[in-house]
Design a protein around this ligand. Sequence first.
Ligand code: FRU
Length: 565
Amino acid sequence: MKLTTLATLFAFSMTNLTATAQIATPQHLSDAHTMLRVNATERYLLLPVEEKEDIARVDIVCNNKVVKGFNVRLAVDKVDYLVPLDLSQFDKNLLLDVTFHGDRHKTGSVKEFSCWKEMKLSSTFDTSNRERFRPAYHHTPAWGWMNDPNGMFYKDGVWHLYFQFNPYGSQWENMTWGHSTSTDLVHWQMQDEAIAPDALGSIFSGSAVVDKQNTAGFGKDAIIAMYTSAGQHQTQSIAYSTDNGKTFTKYAGNPVLTYPAPDFRDPKVFWHEATKKWIVVLAVGQEVQFYSSKNLKEWSFESAFGKEYGNHDGVWECPDLLKMPQSDKWVLLLNINPGGPFGGSATQYFTGKFDGHKFVCDSKPSMTKWMDYGKDHYATVTFSNAPEGRLVALAWMSNWQYANQVPTKQFRSANSIARDLKLFEDAGESYLASVPSPELLAARGKQLKKPSSTCEIVIDLKGSASVELKNAKGEKVVMNYDEAARTFKMDRRQSGDCSFSEQFAAETVAPTHGSIRQLRIFIDKSSVEAFDSEGKMVMTNLVFPSDPYNQLKVKGGKAKIYEIK
Ligand code: FRU
């Protein structure tokens, strides 16, 4: 889609808006407050954003009622990019009530801000890619900011991925559930926004289930989303969809679950067959809490877990509880920020048993197990209702230390490739293996002579090895497998642009849990994900090279390079 520029922008005074006027002259009522009438003759009002500016609050008033409100960094000097306000949801005649909170308005220059001149109506919004760091086979939003994957479920051949989305800028704000779908877990199609903020708050992370037995009364096979309403307090709400996850209706009885703690969020719901109940696991400060329900609306507290277990150097977020196939073991995924092994965000997990009431960990409390030993693997959760009992996980491929600063503008953040989860044992402990989902194998294309910006490198090893990915500018990612020390390292300190955050340059180290016989390294424009072929060692790191790495040097192994289709 291409942006159509308006040939004419008529300026009319507020009181003099005629049928032909489109955007009226802004009325600057003080240095912090402007009103602007818009005649919605086109689908979109494109709002100019300047990322370094302070946030302005925009309330949309239709017929004297606020019908929507959001925060946006309206441009003051220059326009970084435009974001689309979809007007099709409102009456034709609307008023933008804009309040500036930042310091710049105090100079008295609100009327000089470039946003007034650059704002435009348009029938289209240009989503064609403008970013050289945008991955090709990883999910990204077409525009705007993304963090955690949310509400993931599979139904009728389609993988649904919702995500923490800011439609009005490429930094964290206005949490909304964006939506994308895929039939192969590799190629994604962005859909319309699914759940937008309301009087109970913005829409934080959560999950979705297929209600096969109509337990909630919204219909057989309705999709029920449970999410955190982040208002004055964090409470849990539900919404249902009877069109396979395209649109959601919020339940009138929200919130359905409250608790007097500041951090009470990220509900992950699943059906517990043995007790014939829904279970939800929530992150609550330094523990998780389990609740059960017959109908997804009324919840009873079951138990809490975790205060003495694992890593507590940050806030616990985004839990998931998984029954491992062909095993009586369960895995509790638990994301923590900060506190990760190399700073910032990371995913830890606990192995044990769950009987529908209580989780009992099978490791000693002091044990911490990390799911991925890179710096860019967070908010990992699994799909609900995946086929053949598969446990398919996606992570947000970034780190709260620098996610808002990475050098992209049109969008920020991607998901990891999909990984299928399994258990393995090492020295009497159970661990989680993450293997690239088989769909990635199916996406393998022809063999290449040199690495490209979107490829998979498969290296057969006999023992210790080193792998160097480099471009003509000398930017490089260096990986080292030490068989004796049972470690794998990845060094991105000279990988390209590291300037946007002091916390970005890093070398990450993973235990290998035995010998690695084959490495699989996935490269996609701005990410390197390394796996041993059994998924016992996993490392996900972002990189921002000024040119793609097109040289590969391997010592101690034999490499094949494949394009990814
Ligand atoms: C994790 C998180 C969640 C929260 C969401 C808000 O990255 O902080 O705990 O629900 O992001 O966007």
